[in-house]
Design a protein around this ligand. Structure first.
Ligand code: NAD
Length: 422
């Protein structure tokens, strides 16, 4: 998740989705009641001596619900966060983890700084201090952090070191998203895109009667998620006809050479406008990739990009929502009425947290997984969730998104019943 505006769209959309679930009586109201409030919100202020002097750092950790297992969710480093937003994001993690059937509750954390304002050493110092001051609420069987906006594998490693120093125990499973040579698992960087790709392949088999080299894909966003998705689809032989980033869009109805475009941009995080793009296709406006002639549209950039003003111009009959909250609720309704199939973000971009679960599991059981094993496990897990959504949607006459909410909420409700909470 990228920025404040996008998260506001995500949180606002989640509220509309829940109201919809409630008004249509899709789940037992008692289950929803169970999820009405977060279990724990911790807000702290702690002092850190940085290179520029004493700083008082504000930080959060919210455990929304742990009925299914210990909390799981990232820690973002972003100056503009508050308890309400972290709580809403922890709620979304609760649903996502439940939907994909991993034994985690939902949590989220934040450190209210702009990491770019500090030296790397100071950021690690702040990360270590966060762990020290949150020691009571974190732990491999309590609440397990991961990277998020503004944090990365090295910060996770610093946090793990601090935790081990304070507890005196070797605890790789305390945190996920670690560097691969320090307890992390291979394939995490591409897990979100690969998970989305596995679902896309299923959609192709089920709904699109075309050979794969005739299936046209258009992708908005050429960053971590979009560029890797494009690369994987291209490697498998699909035809990626349009891509875009913040600078421009490129369109070629015969298919773009994604291998070259990826190598020219992604490793150095260059924009399309910074390379010699003309030989690959026609330049189009960034937003126009949404409207080109394609079978499948993959928004992988920003929230709220598909709205009532533009949804009638979309030609694709499938949308794989890799970006959080890319589609606004009214637009979704209009698209569904037109027969467009939408795979919602809650499932489409769940590959990252699924692979985090494998990392935690490997660490706890002292196992090593290679990339092939991780990818196979990811495929099995994400496709099981997809099949569940597809069959619930068919049986109960629900959209995929409604089915995703139903499955996620019911799994929590049923576990609560088992534990005699309900
Ligand atoms: P990123 O910053 O690596 O890439 C974002 C891309 O979008 C860049 O290519 C950027 O140029 C492009 N972009 C920005 N504004 C644009 C515009 N107006 N039009 C077209 N393109 C534009 O981010 P990411 O990690 O790839 O995340 C993309 C989306 O996926 C976000 O919604 C994020 O919340 C979601 N997501 C990411 C992950 C993950 O593992 N990275 C996991 C879950 C969800």
């Amino acid at each position: 998740m990228k920025n404040k505006a996008e998260e506001q769209v995500l949180c606002a959309r989640c509220k509309v989705d829940i109201e919809n679930i409630e008004s249509k009586n899709i789940v037992n109201p008692e289950y929803l009641k169970l999820l009405e409030n977060p279990q724990r919100i911790v807000e702290i202020n702690f002092p850190v001596k940085t290179e520029s002097g004493l700083q008082i750092i504000k930080a959060y950790r919210v455990l929304y619900n742990d009925i299914l297992g210990p909390g799981k969710g990232g820690i973002r480093f972003h100056f503009d966060v508050d308890a309400e937003e972290v709580t809403e994001l922890a709620f979304i993690m609760t649903l996502k983890n439940s939907l994909v059937d991993i034994p985690f509750g939902g949590a989220k954390g934040a450190v209210a700084i702009n990491p770019k304002d500090f030296s790397k050493e100071d950021v690690y110092k702040i990360a270590r201090a966060y762990v020290k001051h949150m020691l009571d609420v974190l732990g491999e069987d309590k609440d397990i952090p991961a990277p998020d906006v503004g944090s990365d594998a090295e910060i996770m490693n610093a946090m793990r070191e601090e935790y081990e120093k304070l507890t005196g125990k070797n605890s790789p499973a305390f945190i996920t998203g670690k560097p691969t040579d320090k307890g992390g698992v291979p394939g995490r960087e591409t897990a979100t895109s690969l998970g989305g790709f596995f679902i896309f392949e299923e959609m192709h088999k089920k709904f699109i009667e075309k050979h794969l080299n005739e299936v046209k894909i258009s992708i908005q966003g050429f960053g971590n998620v979009g560029a890797h998705f494009a690369r994987i689809a291209y490697e498998y032989g699909y035809k990626v006809v349009a891509i875009s980033d913040a600078s421009l869009g490129l369109y070629n109805p015969e298919g773009l050479n994604i291998e070259e475009l990826f190598n020219l941009t992604y490793p150095e995080r260059k924009l399309l406008s910074e390379i010699d793009y003309e030989k690959y296709g026609d330049k189009i406006d960034s937003k126009d990739v949404l409207f080109v002639d394609a079978d499948v549209l993959v928004p992988a950039a920003l929230g709220g990009v598909i709205n009532m003003q533009n949804c009638t111009d979309i030609k694709a009959s499938f949308i794989l929502e890799l970006a959080n909250a890319a589609i606004l609720p009214n637009a979704e309704k209009a698209l569904l009425d037109r027969g467009v199939t939408i795979v919602p973000d809650l499932l489409a971009n769940s590959g990252g947290v699924i692979v985090s679960y494998f990392e935690w599991y490997a660490n706890k059981n002292n196992l090593q997984f290679n990339e092939e094993e991780i990818n196979k496990k990811l495929k099995d897990k994400i496709l099981a969730a997809y099949q569940n959504i597809a069959s619930t949607s068919e049986t109960d006459k629900l959209s995929y998104r409604e089915a995703a909410y139903k499955i996620a909420i019911e799994r929590i409700g049923e576990k609560a019943k088992e534990e005699k909470i309900l």
